[in-house]
Unconditional design. Structure first.
Length: 240
């Protein structure tokens, strides 16, 4: 049902005092609802590269990301990975499969050491039935996910790799950046970068090197630092 990790701790974060509650779907929950979720949930720790749930498996609940970074990816018919979503603390994972009573359309994999809380379907569905605001937020999330999927399909079909790489770097900045980190730096394997862009690893490295020569980014090992987000934005919209 849930892939428990050997990196579990003895204490779980309480939903009422969770540092990312205001960024999650549970922001409109009453105290007694949060306490009920905390009493029944389970939390696991995953090392970088560990799978949280696997494409094709049945959903038995939802996952709430408490710490770390997660990618949602699909495997194509050629066996290549395509990253379709990036998740940050406060994000809910696996909700589309649960809501539609289907199997996971992608796999969730930790991009770094990550803590995830699991809420069983019975508890989550009860919350949706009893809390109109949470149900409304869930509908919004489903709508946004559909819009993002449509945009991603259009980008892969219409935009050249250089523009898609610029857009992928800006997506990383949007999802994981904050005002305290200037300039923004993230550690990401070139395989993951290529999967996010939808191209071969060698192609992603070549265009990333071009961006580095142009002074748009800096690199050191797996770390990528965005130097000029404005120019990357212009590149990403060149064919709009």
């Amino acid at each position: 049902m849930i892939a428990y990790s050997p990196f579990m701790k003895s204490t779980y974060p309480e939903c009422e005092t969770c540092h990312c509650k205001s960024e999650s779907i549970f922001t409109h929950c009453a105290v007694h609802e949060l306490n009920a979720i905390s009493a029944n949930k389970s939390c696991s720790y995953y090392k970088r590269g560990q799978m949280i749930f696997q494409e094709g498996n049945k959903a038995f609940g939802v996952f709430c990301l408490n710490e770390g970074k997660v990618k949602i990816s699909k495997l194509g018919s050629d066996g290549k990975e395509q990253i379709i979503r990036l998740a940050k603390p406060g994000d809910t994972l696996g909700y589309r499969a649960l809501m539609s009573d289907t199997r996971y359309s992608g796999s969730a994999i930790a991009l770094e050491d990550t803590q995830v809380c699991f809420i069983a379907a019975e508890d989550f569905n009860r919350l949706l039935s009893n809390n109109y605001l949470v149900a409304k937020d869930m509908i919004k999330m489903l709508s946004y996910a559909l819009g993002d999927a449509e945009s991603a399909l259009a980008q892969l079909a219409l935009k050249p790799v250089r523009e898609r790489l610029a857009e992928a770097l800006l997506l990383l900045l949007k999802v994981y950046g904050n005002n305290e980190q200037t300039p923004f730096t993230i550690s990401l394997t070139r395989d993951d970068l290529a999967s996010l862009v939808g191209t071969a690893k060698e192609t992603a490295i070549r265009f990333l090197s071009e961006f580095k020569e142009e002074g748009l980014v800096a690199t050191q090992g797996s770390a990528i630092t965005i130097i000029d987000a404005d120019k990357l934005l212009k590149i990403s919209h060149m064919y709009d």
